[in-house]
Design a protein. Structure first.
Length: 203
């Protein structure tokens, strides 16, 4: 019996690519995608790769973008504790010792530090706890006498002035005032920042 004819035909295209065609016994032509379909598949592939790269690049680039919004903007607001109760001067000083820096809910709802001075009075300014780098909450480190951000290592002195990056700006300030029934009221700090002698960035 005669053998079935099967041949490999190799042709070089003008672009230098090799294409192989199999001659089938039944005479069927092999499927070769047309140019429009190839372009569509290439676009899909490139789009997928581009989205993946963008997804990785955005978080990386955001590391270098400082936080410039928020701060101590807004009107006067009574400081409240973790349970939502108004903070009073007598009540706070009865439970917080000299040198203490503890959080209350401040302007715009931002966590804010009240500072107890050595003479057992509350400092006339409060320090916003939101890091000016990427918005982490910065804890007070009593042993180091600094505010130290656990996210990327930014540090601030006891007044909230930035002393180590990557944070580019000091922590925002608010005024501490007293109203009826000894309630602690916070108001926006709009004048010169006493730590830098510059206009406040948060205004």
């Amino acid at each position: 019996a005669p053998s079935l004819p099967t041949t490999d035909v190799v042709a070089r295209s003008n672009s230098g690519r090799l294409t192989t065609k199999m001659a089938e016994v039944a005479g069927e032509e092999p499927f070769v995608p047309d140019m429009d379909r190839r372009k569509l598949m290439n676009n899909i592939l490139l789009g997928s790769v581009g989205l993946s790269i963008a997804g990785l690049a955005v978080p990386y680039l955001s590391f270098f973008v400082p936080r410039t919004g928020g701060g101590s903007a807004g009107g006067a607001l009574a400081a409240t504790d973790a349970l939502g109760r108004n903070v009073t001067f007598p009540g706070w000083l009865a439970t917080h010792q000299a040198g203490d820096r503890s959080l209350v809910h401040g302007l715009s709802g931002d966590p804010t530090y009240l500072i107890v001075k050595e003479d057992k009075t509350i400092e006339k300014y409060a320090v916003n706890a939101i890091c000016t780098h990427l918005g982490c909450i910065v804890p007070w480190n009593k042993a180091q006498n600094k505010f130290m951000c656990p996210c990327h290592g930014s540090q601030y002195d006891k007044t909230g002035k930035v002393v180590r990056g990557p944070a580019p700006l000091s922590l925002a300030l608010a005024h501490v005032n007293e109203e009826d029934k000894k309630v602690v009221v916070l108001t926006p700090w709009t004048e010169t920042d006493f730590r830098t002698n510059e206009d406040p960035w948060w205004k």
